[in-house]
Design a protein around this ligand. Structure first.
Ligand SMILES: [Zn+2]
Length: 323
C-alpha cells in the first residue's frame, strides 16, 4: 500500500456504496424522500469521511418505485450480490427521518432588513441535517450583504406556531385580531361602495347618451353602430354594478365573529397535533399571509390573513366530524 510522504500510512481505502429508496410512510420530509437528495447527502457524507479513506462506488443501488410492502427489491439484491463479490466495504443509507414541520414557512418568510425572500436551506454535518431560512441577498451577494443573514428553521417555525396558538389563549390578542378582521372587511366595503357609485354614474351617462343617439334624426349605419356600442357598454356596466352590489354579502359571510375565532383557536392545539406535515402547511398558509424577520432587531412580525380564520373554523369542524 502507498504511504503518505510524511511517513504515516495512508488509510486503507473503504469502498462505499450508496443505497437510496423511497419510503411511503406518511408525513415524512418530502425533500429527503427524493432519491437524488438522498444520494447527494450520501455523497457529502462520504466526502466528509475522506480522511478515513472513504471512496464512492459509482454504481447506483436504488429501489425507487418499490414500497416497503414489496419484497422484490432489485436494488437491495444488486447490492447484496456486489457485497458478496467483495466489491463493497461499506453501505451508506440516508435515514429518512420524520420532520416536525417540513418547510413550514416556504414562500411566507421575508427579510425585513432588505425586502427579499428568505429561502429554506440546510446543511449536513456528521450526517445530521440542520435547516435554515437564509436571506436571498445574503445567499447571493455574500454574508455581509444583509444583517438578517440566516435563521434556524426550527426556531422560527416554533415561534410562528406559538404565535398562532397564543391568539386563542390571550383574549386581548383574540379581540385585536377580530377587530383587524372587521376593519379590513370595512375598508373593502368602502372601496366597493365607491366603485358602485362610479359604475352607477357611468350607467346613467350611457343611458342618457343612448336616448339622445336613438332620438336623433337620420338612419345611417354610423348611428346603428353607435347604438349597438352603447348597448354593449351599458350591459357590461350593469353586470359590474350587479356584481359589486352582491359583494358586500360575500364580505359579511367572510367576517369572523369573535366567539367563532376564539373557539377555533382554542381547538388549535389538539387539532394541530393530529395533522400531518402537509395539513399543517396548509393551515399556516391559510392563516398567515407573511412573516417578516429583521436581523437588525431580531424581531419576527406576522401578518395574518383575514379570510383564513374562517378556513380554520372549517378545519376544526371537519376534524370534529372525524371523531
Ligand atoms: Zn436580507
Amino acid at each position: 500500500m502507498a504511504a503518505a510522504s510524511n511517513g504515516t500510512p495512508a488509510p486503507k481505502p473503504v469502498r462505499c456504496a450508496i443505497y437510496t429508496r423511497k419510503s411511503t410512510e406518511e408525513g415524512l420530509n418530502q425533500e429527503f424522500n427524493s432519491l437524488d437528495a438522498q444520494r447527494e447527502a450520501g455523497e457529502a457524507y462520504i466526502v466528509s469521511q475522506k480522511h478515513d479513506g472513504w471512496t464512492l462506488v459509482p454504481t447506483q443501488y436504488s429501489d425507487g418505485g418499490y414500497t416497503g410492502a414489496n419484497i422484490e427489491r432489485p436494488g437491495v439484491r444488486h447490492l447484496l450480490a456486489d457485497i458478496e463479490a467483495g466489491e463493497i466495504d461499506c453501505v451508506v443509507v440516508y435515514k429518512v427521518v420524520r420532520n416536525k414541520y417540513g418547510t413550514l414557512l416556504r414562500g411566507l418568510l421575508h427579510c425585513d432588513a432588505c425586502g427579499t425572500a428568505m429561502v429554506h436551506t440546510y446543511t449536513v454535518k456528521n450526517s445530521r441535517r440542520y435547516r435554515y431560512y437564509v436571506c436571498l441577498t445574503a445567499q447571493q451577494q455574500g454574508w455581509d450583504a444583509c444583517p438578517s443573514k440566516s435563521l434556524p428553521a426550527q426556531r422560527v417555525e416554533d415561534s410562528i406556531v406559538d404565535r398562532i396558538r397564543s391568539l386563542g389563549s390571550d383574549p386581548r390578542i383574540a379581540a385585536e385580531t377580530a377587530r383587524k378582521v372587521r376593519e379590513q372587511a370595512e375598508t373593502s366595503l368602502q372601496e366597493l361602495q365607491a366603485e358602485l357609485k362610479t359604475a352607477e354614474k357611468e350607467l346613467n351617462r350611457l343611458q342618457r347618451e343612448l336616448v339622445k343617439v336613438a332620438a336623433a334624426p337620420g338612419g345611417n349605419g354610423v348611428r346603428t353602430d353607435r347604438v349597438a356600442d352603447l348597448q354593449d357598454r351599458i350591459q357590461t356596466t350593469e353586470r359590474r354594478v350587479a356584481e359589486v352590489r352582491g359583494e358586500p354579502g360575500i364580505l359579511d359571510a367572510e367576517a369572523v365573529s369573535q366567539p367563532e375565532l376564539k373557539q377555533a383557536l382554542e381547538a388549535f392545539d389538539p387539532v394541530w397535533k393530529a395533522l400531518n406535515t402537509g395539513e399543517q402547511n396548509r393551515i399556516v398558509r391559510a392563516l398567515v399571509e407573511r412573516v417578516g424577520y429583521d436581523g437588525r432587531t431580531g424581531k419576527i412580525a406576522v401578518t395574518f390573513r383575514s379570510a383564513g380564520f374562517k378556513e380554520l373554523c372549517g378545519t376544526v369542524e371537519n376534524y370534529e366530524n372525524l371523531q
